[in-house]
Write a new protein. Structure first.
Length: 190
């Protein structure tokens, strides 16, 4: 029963970074290419459901296929958020490994960030800068963030929220190191 529940949760937790990157790429393509009439093309294969690698304390690890490439990611949901933002979606912290990119760290805020917003993620005495795009924030230096996460107990993201309110989201780092090791094993560096 737990494995079925985990698969249902994983299916609903499509990696934040993949969604944001696809949106950003579509925006760039729209801005750099003139609009052309739609041409019929081959049908796209149905997306495969994520496959669980495992649950590691407060973190979960999984894989999925993206454009024929294996993507491995670990994620956790916020354990606390303040203030309460009405209508806010899930708040998820994700670390993603791809063949073409390692240690992509992203936060799905559950609301749209103001333009050019910055998010500061604190882990112990370290402050880690994230930049924003729409509903996501991305680590400026994923490798440094991952190194800090392996040593910390919790991460606190402080960001501008709706109506100029400052929003604080707390994420547990219990289980991060084994979840990170699991995604690196599933998607080894080539």
């Amino acid at each position: 029963m737990q494995s079925k529940l985990l698969l249902v949760l994983l299916a609903g937790a499509v990696p934040v970074l993949a969604q944001a990157q696809a949106q950003a790429q579509a925006q760039v393509q729209t801005q750099t290419r003139p609009h052309a009439p739609a041409r019929p093309g081959p049908a796209r294969p149905a997306a495969q459901a994520p496959k669980s690698i495992g649950k590691f304390d407060d973190w979960q690890a999984a894989t999925h296929q993206e454009a024929g490439q294996l993507v491995c990611y670990a994620f956790t949901r916020a354990t606390a958020s303040a203030p309460v933002v009405p209508g806010r979606g899930d708040v998820v912290l994700t670390v993603t490994q791809r063949t073409g990119g390692r240690d992509a760290v992203a936060i799905s805020a559950g609301f749209a960030y103001p333009a050019s917003a910055e998010v500061q993620v604190g882990v112990d005495a370290s402050q880690l800068p994230f930049y924003t795009a729409n509903r996501s924030a991305f680590a400026r230096d994923g490798k440094a963030v991952v190194a800090t996460f392996t040593k910390g107990r919790q991460a606190i993201a402080v960001s501008p929220g709706p109506r100029n309110a400052q929003v604080s989201d707390t994420f547990s780092l219990r289980g991060f190191s084994p979840a990170y090791a699991a995604i690196n094993k599933a998607c080894p560096l080539k």
